[in-house]
Design a protein around this ligand. Sequence first.
Ligand SMILES: *Cc1c(COP(=O)(O)O)cnc(C)c1O
Length: 470
Amino acid sequence: MRYVSTRGQAPALDFEGVLLAGLATDGGLYVPESWPQFSAADWRAMRGLSYAEIAFRVIKPFIGGSIPDADLKQMIAEAYGTFGHRAVVPLRQSGDNDWVLELFHGPTLAFKDVALQLLGRLFDWALTRSGKRATIVGATSGDTGSAAIEGCRGRANLDIFIMFPDGRVSDVQRRQMTTVADSNVHAIALEGTFDDAQSMVKALFNDAAFRDSVGLTAVNSINWARVMAQIVYYVTASLSLGGPDRAPAFCVPSGNFGDIFAGYCAAKMGLPISKLIVATNRNDILARFFASGDYRKSGVEPTISPSMDIQVASNFERLLFDMHGRDGAQIRKLMGELDQSGGFTVSPNALAETKQLFAAGKADEAATKAMLKTAFEAGNGLLVDPHTAVGLVVSAEQRKSGALPVETPLITLATADAAKFPDAVKAATGRHPPLPPRMADLFERPERQTLLKNDYATVRNFIETRRVKA
Ligand SMILES: *Cc1c(COP(=O)(O)O)cnc(C)c1O
């Protein structure tokens, strides 16, 4: 399997290449040169298999022989063995033909674990083979940092440094990063805001000498391997509800468009899907795009679903590439317009074609809070997290408007455990969501973090001295 850049000017790479590269050298994102095809019989043959077995079959064609089967199987088994539910991603029925796909049973209680548990292992595998070490640096406003840490802890060839804005992440989020004891994990509380942390990461990546000397890499959401790992649960959920002989719809709380793009990949591979519904909070660039064909930045406003507070959706470029006949020159032009004038518009034809598969909706803060309460009351004390609530609002609208026929199963993706966002959940329901038993002692575990000044030399020096040298 070869991968090409959405901007058409970077070299095509194999799986190992895109895994370690992340972003393409022309600023684009890597996508498979062609989509592996599965027939109805292929899908049917997966019914009744375990999550790990289905993951192996779905992922294998994307690896294209880079990794021996036995190694891939072992990494998959280990990655999903860390989940606290036997089904890994269980489906819960929430209405007559409505379902919630619980993606939050991993070590950090959010769906990012599904990708990052596997990604850390894939990285380590590739580095071992090439005899290299890498240093992963990232900035986080909460969820991604802890999931990346959990995915990389204890890996032999990796050091991971995650910066978060001191005092500006929740206690649960901070403790998920600072209570990990492995010596290759470094949680940095940076004086400043999330933007300061993100600028610091950018500065480190722009320092070519430093980048090469420590083998700097990122595990951000543009890494193809993350999208790849997420395709699997669209398959397992569909098969559980009669796929490929029925075509469910999926409603996906979206930020950077990585999660829902994985659903698009599943459809491209031949999995019948009726609709992919993008659900946004009031940071609604995606919902506005699907309504008008105009993709335009506006300021980010904070919400109670912070992991979806984005200005532009980085993975959206992958869909645009397909919308424009995989013409890298057109994508370069659109991205140039986005940089220079804050947005661009696609042709009515391109939009109409995309909307055969995609739909979109948004939930403002009031509707999201009301949904937290409704889910709690209708579900006999069920607590959902605010990101999931955004999805449930949009799902309910799709049903109510008749946009989605009653006979189509509708699966809303639950992207985090309510316990990750206790304040918002308690404010809406009056109930404090408890941590799952395997994490109940989170607040007793010792914390380990380093407070650093927002100063480039200080941070760089810290990374250079703390990492394990090859
Ligand atoms: C990251 C995240 C999302 C958004 O996912 P994207 O892939 O960025 O669209 C939604 N919910 C939660 C809880 C998240 O952590």
